[in-house]
Design a protein around this ligand. Structure first.
Ligand code: RFL
Ligand code: PHB
Length: 388
């Protein structure tokens, strides 16, 4: 087989990249380890920056998003079980954000890929990348029991946190930046009406977050110890813990019900530099991970592939400058979100070894945010997403 761009991984980064390339008349083949249903069933992100909404619309994926996406003009922050702040995005940053689940984004991407004849090979194993420092790289993999070879001009590594693309870059030329956090998020979905706004809470028992997927589907999270398992958390225990961590007025407004999904995710910040080696370009979680506080992971995957598709288009039109600058361009935006999600994680969680001094300092950070329009403007700009 031969194509122009071989894309490894058909998550949001890989499948969106294939569509954006198609818009530029560039062919690609996407190689995905999992089945299509497996990818579609993963419950992950829920919040789109306005920049992401615009990129998805421009890629022709706006139809359902504009009907089913819920535009939010603000988020609320709560601390000390009583203080509350609502940050007004539209007024302070000039744009809102949108609640639209990653599950729906992925469904829209696969539907568009199918309608437009993008080639996605599911269930591929033993994927390996060869000769990326030559101008004729190639990929090998096994699909349907057959060994396959795919020749290409470029390789896009969009295979997420546990992918293999990253390992094709020699460690002698890379730098890894990492921060692991000593807690996880226990998340549930419940078929109950959500709060009308997003709410992040710092409480002495730990962080809590109220979010949504649609008018009859709520998404809630509580900070939990890393070694907890979902079996430790009955629905009753979850609701009681969530409600305890929220100010009373918010807790009173929450409608509880049976959970339909429950999972625990560890929190981690990670960046690999550079995001390029020869003709291999990394995008999305393959190159960087952020803790979910601040909702940046999916949005970075989207902005990375926006930059990468523009750079490939320019290269096929005879100008390689954007492709040479891709890693630097993408990393500038990545670090903005890495810093913001790290800051918000530290601000809102309880660390097992934190001192009373650190907690008071965090509360002061929140008091300052509440009292300063300049601080809220800075928060709003970063939450709704920096410009491309
Ligand atoms: P993905 O989605 O992991 O997709 C990578 C794909 O590559 C495949 N793959 C391989 N394919 C072939 N060969 C191999 N060797 C392969 N190895 C892996 C995988 O099967 C997969 O299909 O990465 P991508 O496309 O970069 O997208 C990144 C986002 O999925 C991720 O950043 C977000 O989900 C993070 N995230 C959030 N991001 C937000 O912007 N807003 C949020 O509100 C938000 N909430 C979250 C989140 C992530 C969470 N978890 C569980 C990690 C909430 C949670 C709980
Ligand atoms: C979600 O709805 O899953 C969500 C919302 C906000 C975050 C993280 C996750 O910061």
């Amino acid at each position: 087989m031969r194509t122009q761009v071989a894309i490894i991984g058909a998550g949001p980064a890989g499948s969106l990249l294939s569509l954006l390339l198609k818009r530029h008349g560039i062919d690609s083949v996407v190689i995905e380890r999992q089945t299509k249903d497996y990818v579609l069933e993963r419950i992950r992100a829920g919040i789109l920056e306005w920049t992401s909404v615009e990129i998805l619309r421009a890629a022709g994926l706006g139809q359902r998003l504009d009907v089913e996406g819920h535009v939010h003009n603000s988020v609320k922050l709560a601390w000390r079980a009583e203080e509350m702040l609502s940050v007004d995005f539209e007024r302070l940053a000039g744009k809102p954000m949108m609640a639209y689940g990653q599950t729906k984004v992925q469904q829209d991407l696969y539907a568009a890929a199918e309608a437009e004849g993008v080639s996605i090979i599911y269930g591929a194993t033993d994927v390996d990348i060869h000769d990326v420092t030559s101008d004729r790289p190639w990929i090998t993999f096994t699909a349907n029991g057959e060994s396959e070879r795919l020749d290409c001009d470029y390789v896009a590594g969009c295979d997420g946190q546990h992918g293999i693309s990253r390992t094709a870059i020699p460690t002698s030329i890379t730098t890894e930046y990492e921060r692991a956090y000593p807690f996880g998020w226990l998340g549930i979905l419940s078929e109950t009406p959500p709060l009308p706004h997003l709410l992040y809470a710092n409480h002495e028992r730990g962080f809590a977050l109220c979010s949504e997927r649609n008018p009859m589907l709520s998404r809630y999270y509580v900070q939990c110890p890393l070694d907890d398992s979902v079996e430790d958390w009955s629905d009753d225990r979850f609701w009681s813990e969530l409600l305890t961590r929220l100010p009373k007025s918010e807790a009173d407004a929450i409608v509880t019900g049976p959970s339909i999904e429950k999972s625990i995710a560890p929190l981690r910040s990670y960046v690999l530099e550079p995001m390029q080696y020869g003709r291999l370009f990394l995008a999305g979680d393959a190159a960087h991970i952020v803790p979910p506080t601040g909702a940046k992971g999916l949005n970075l995957a989207i902005s990375d592939v926006h930059y990468l598709s523009e750079a490939f288009a320019a290269a096929y039109n005879g100008s390689a400058n954007k492709l040479a600058a891709y890693s630097t361009t993408a990393l500038a935006r990545v670090w903005g979100s890495v810093r913001f999600s790290w800051w918000l994680t530290v601000l809102l969680h309880r660390f097992p070894d934190q001192s009373p001094f650190e907690q008071r300092a965090r509360e002061e950070d929140l008091n300052y945010l509440a009292g300063s329009e300049a601080a809220q403007t800075s928060f709003a700009e970063q939450y709704v997403g920096l410009n491309l």
